[in-house]
Write a protein that binds this ligand. Structure first.
Ligand SMILES: [Zn+2]
Length: 329
């Protein structure tokens, strides 16, 4: 019997390489696909859904913060366990269902501008698919409210043929952004100004007869107040959404990076139309958000972009809301 056992063991050992070579072929291939990305919660009587347009890779962070010391950028990123050589933003669009109206805030990059739609790489343009995955049809949207008219916020208003993706929606945008981003005379300065203006013209013109102009302090829908926060663009607006005694501040592009621009709110960002005004607006509004303790949705912060702003030293800290919180505000 011992001989038999030894033979069994030897046999099993001898078979191992065969198993590795043969059965190992059953190893699953990497899938590399992404799950649908939407997140739903309540705010008072309203139902809200954050829908992702995918990630927006900026690449090396230094060019995005041209006036900031590179060693300070690296130190802040490293201290927060973020790669020092690649800054990646999210794109968190919001759908608000008030029970009477369905409002989409910002559209993501879309596919309306061909190669320019992929200027930040292939990871953007997922909003329409994620919207449908969340059970919302684009034709159900009554109003698209734009924080501003940049590519990653309004280029999915139309498809590649210029046809409206939201056939029953009005579009709310500030008059300042509408004028600025549809004026060929502003095609100067950084290279991105040419595609940014061409894209805004194509997307906004398709809704020419159904535009609503945002005004500072005024409601675009019951409980939804636009607040002028200029600098990133001339007409950038945030939206304060209130239901009952709960408030969510949809901050748009008030701050693009949850570490760099919260710890250093006065740092300048390369895609700002007026970086100095943007820094002042950011400082002032972050102070208000921290003091009033409002829940915040930030378009470019880590998915799904929900959390709070707290004071930290001479700047601020982003405190993400747990995903299992079903009611914010
Ligand atoms: Zn943006």
């Amino acid at each position: 019997m011992p001989d038999f056992s030894r033979r069994m063991l030897l046999g099993a050992a001898a078979a191992l390489p065969l198993l590795r070579g043969g059965v190992a072929g059953a190893a699953a291939p990497f899938r590399n696909d992404l799950p649908p990305a939407w997140h739903r919660f309540r705010l008072g009587d309203y139902e809200l859904t954050v829908v992702s347009d995918g990630t927006l890779p900026l690449g090396k962070p230094e060019p995005a913060f041209p006036a900031s010391p590179p060693q300070e950028i690296h130190a802040l990123l490293q201290a927060n366990f973020l790669p020092p050589d690649a800054a990646t933003l999210e794109q968190n669009a919001l759908v608000l269902n008030t029970g009477r109206q369905l409002i989409l805030f910002d559209t993501g990059m879309g596919e309306s501008m061909g190669a320019a739609s992929k200027m930040f790489g292939p990871t953007t343009g997922r909003l329409l698919a994620n919207l449908r995955a969340a059970g919302i049809e684009p034709a159900q949207i009554d109003l698209v409210a734009l924080t501003h008219a940049h590519c990653d916020h309004c280029w999915a208003l139309v498809d590649a043929d210029g046809k409206r993706n939201f056939p029953n929606a009005q579009v709310a945008v500030s008059e300042a952004d509408l004028k600025f981003w549809t004026d060929d005379a502003n095609k100067r300065g950084p290279d991105f100004m040419v595609p940014f203006i061409d894209g805004a013209k194509k997307n906004l013109s398709a809704y020419r007869d159904r535009m609503v102009m945002l005004r500072d302090g005024q409601e675009v829908a019951p409980g939804v107040t636009a607040v002028a926060t200029p600098g990133h663009t001339v007409g950038h607006h945030m939206f304060f959404i209130t239901s009952g005694n709960q408030v969510l501040a949809n901050s748009g592009d008030l701050a693009h990076h949850p570490v760099l621009l919260l710890r250093k709110p006065l740092w300048e960002f390369a895609f700002d139309t007026d970086p100095k005004q943007s820094a002042q607006t950011r400082s002032r509004m972050l102070e208000r958000l921290a003091t009033e303790r409002h829940a915040v949705l930030s378009y470019h912060f880590p998915w799904p972009g929900l959390g709070h702003v707290a004071k930290e030293g001479d700047g601020y800290e982003w405190i993400p809301a747990p995903m299992n919180v079903t009611t914010l505000g």
